[in-house]
Design a protein around this ligand. Structure first.
Ligand SMILES: [Zn+2]
Length: 221
């Protein structure tokens, strides 16, 4: 969506916001996209949503075997959004099991455009998501809100010169006031619980990186 200051805040393309690969692959090489986890238990087919209003400006059907070039995207959809600062803004969704839009179709932000899958050059199920500004791929995370976690537990940091969505003052404080009235992080204290339950909660928070990020603290562990 467009914020009142003209900035773009994109809608997450999946309900699950767990990064399995970031702008750089875990080995340090350049990915120029993010990969989002789709697999939980045996299910990896999940609805994929348009990140913003726009027009489908490219679709691709995977031939079922080629894993190089454009075919490495597998079944793929690209959407062109309204320009950002006079530059073309597009988002790409790859490795889909299927898509349910066609070239030239207008879509709304949050509308289902297809379903995640394992087509193209993939080693495991995930959604490959790109944000393309002026024909160049830019870090998707700087167009999305910070409601995500990383599978590897690495904390995302901006790199020098990266675009970051600046939320207008009014919208930011309005959202915070709606949540807790103070504009500060809310502290929730839970207790008393058994040591076993406390250990189990701590283990979950640790596995999600919440303890590293300082978002979860325990008095006991
Ligand atoms: Zn990828």
């Amino acid at each position: 969506m467009r914020l009142s200051n003209g900035e773009v805040l994109l809608h997450w393309p999946l309900d699950i916001h767990v990064l399995t690969q970031g702008w750089y692959y875990n080995d340090g090489s350049l990915h120029q996209a993010v990969d989002l986890r789709t697999q939980i238990d045996n299910m990896y087919i999940r609805p994929v949503y348009a990140a913003e209003d726009g027009t489908v400006d490219q679709t691709q059907d995977w031939d079922g075997h080629t894993r190089t070039g454009m075919q490495s995207y597998g079944n793929m959809v690209r959407i062109r959004h309204a320009d950002y600062k006079s530059k073309t803004l597009q988002t790409r969704y790859a490795h889909l099991s299927s898509y349910c839009v066609k070239y030239g179709q207008r879509v709304k932000e949050g509308e289902i455009i297809g379903y995640s899958g394992v087509t193209g050059n993939v080693f495991g199920a995930h959604l490959h998501f790109e944000v393309i500004l002026g024909g160049k791929r830019t870090n998707p995370l700087v167009w999305l809100d910070s409601n995500f976690t990383t599978a590897s537990g690495q904390v995302f940091t901006y790199r020098a010169g990266e675009h970051a969505v600046q939320q207008p003052e009014q919208a930011a404080s309005g959202a915070q006031t709606a949540q807790n009235g103070t504009g500060k992080l809310q502290v929730i204290t839970v207790g008393p619980v058994s040591q076993g339950d406390a250990d189990a909660v701590f283990a979950v928070c640790q596995s999600r990186g919440l303890t590293d990020a300082g978002l979860y603290k325990s008095e006991w562990v």
